[in-house]
Design a protein around this ligand. Structure first.
Ligand SMILES: [Zn+2]
Length: 380
């Protein structure tokens, strides 16, 4: 067995700010001279002018390939072919988490460097050294791990402010899980996604993400609704993108993300964002680990105000969907899943019970606080 070590991984550079996209060329140039941009048509329509001007002033050519909906094995392989055809030496994932993850995976396979330029703060994918690979229907297949993080993560907070508010809300869901999972991994002295034991740094960053979100998320949501950039929004963007990424990778994942991965197998929940499903994983983990009632109450109240789902109803399920819940729980507890980083053994039965329990718990807390009843999610 290898000598136990503690380790932290991070991107080589993180850049955040209003209009940061206008300086993307300046930060990509030191990484490579023949960049290949991966962006879908919608994203490219929004940023083409700014990126082109910035690349040209940095003497970089502008080569862009389109992208579909999910980081599938086929989409990744196609990007590897584009890299070879263009002789690119750096791949720039531009847009949402899927384009960014696909760019990372392709860059790794092709043996070139990679950069993440998210246009929304909807997941922590841009920061990490791993990609989540899905089927064309959005079902979880696998994590792919890389030996290093992106050479650059650049996020423009004006773009975040102009993106749909549900993107920011989903990112808050993804980031709220980070501390809850890192804390559980700490109790278990589990290995992290970075391939070693936790450091104090990884755990502290996860906790900082939690703190910043509690203090700033509601204000940041209002800022995005008004399409303005405020200090609260800057803090939430950093929590969602950088701190959550560093915190999950070097702090450890546990039940919340494993339950998310299980939920991708439920057709009823298709179409929901990563962070929305993760939030169900987080509330289920709190119930599973027997968290104090006050903590669960705070979590339900806060995430309801934020607009995240915390009941089965809001992900298209009911307590009577036992077969679906059983399949979710089986998928969440397969060998190698991060649920086994919990400080106690977790069986599918325990996961089903936790998922069933959240419905009544969240409904009663919401009623007690005068918060709206959950609305059934219907996937079309
Ligand atoms: Zn996540």
């Amino acid at each position: 067995m290898a000598t136990p070590i503690s380790t932290v991984m991070s991107p080589a550079r993180y850049v955040q700010g209003k209009d940061a996209i206008t300086r993307v060329g300046e930060f990509v140039a030191p990484i490579g001279t023949r960049p290949l941009i991966v962006a879908d048509d919608v994203v490219w329509g929004i940023v083409e002018a700014a990126v082109t001007e910035s690349f040209w002033s940095a003497d970089l050519p502008v080569e862009r390939v389109g992208f579909g909906r999910f980081a599938t094995p086929e989409a990744v392989d196609e990007l590897v072919e584009h890299i070879a055809a263009k002789d690119a030496d750096v791949i720039v994932g531009l847009g949402g988490g899927s384009a960014i993850d696909a760019a990372k995976a392709a860059g790794h396979l092709a043996g070139i460097r990679w950069a993440s330029v998210p246009t929304a703060a909807s997941t922590d994918a841009p920061t990490s050294a791993l990609a989540v690979i899905y089927t064309a229907e959005g079902e979880f297949i696998e994590y792919r791990f890389f030996p290093h993080n992106p050479d650059l993560v650049l996020i423009d907070t004006r773009l975040v402010a102009n993106a749909p508010v549900q993107f920011l809300v989903a990112g808050i869901g993804d980031a709220l899980a980070t501390w809850v999972e890192a804390r559980a991994a700490k109790r278990a002295n589990a290995d992290t996604m970075a391939g070693g034991l936790q450091t104090e740094t990884g755990v502290a960053l996860a906790e900082l993400s939690w703190k910043l979100l509690h203090e700033n998320a509601l204000q940041a949501i209002e800022a995005v609704k008004a399409k303005v950039v405020t200090p609260a929004l800057e803090k939430v963007v950093e929590a969602n993108t950088l701190l959550s990424g560093l915190g999950f990778e070097s702090g450890g994942l546990a039940a919340a993300h494993a339950i998310h991965n299980g939920l991708t197998a439920a057709p009823q929940a298709h179409g929901l964002a990563h962070g929305q499903k993760v939030n169900i994983g987080t509330i289920a983990q709190l119930v599973l680990e027997g968290a104090p009632a006050e903590e669960i109450e705070d979590f339900v109240v806060f995430t309801t105000k934020v607009g995240l789902p915390n009941t089965l109803t809001e992900i298209g399920l009911t307590v009577d969907d036992r077969d679906v819940l059983r399949a979710v729980a089986e998928a969440a507890t397969v060998e190698g899943e991060t649920i086994h980083n919990m400080p106690f053994p977790v069986t599918p039965e325990l996961v089903v019970d936790a998922l069933v329990a959240i419905e009544g718990i969240a409904r009663s807390i919401r009623a007690e606080h005068g918060l709206p009843e959950p609305v059934l999610y219907e996937h079309h």
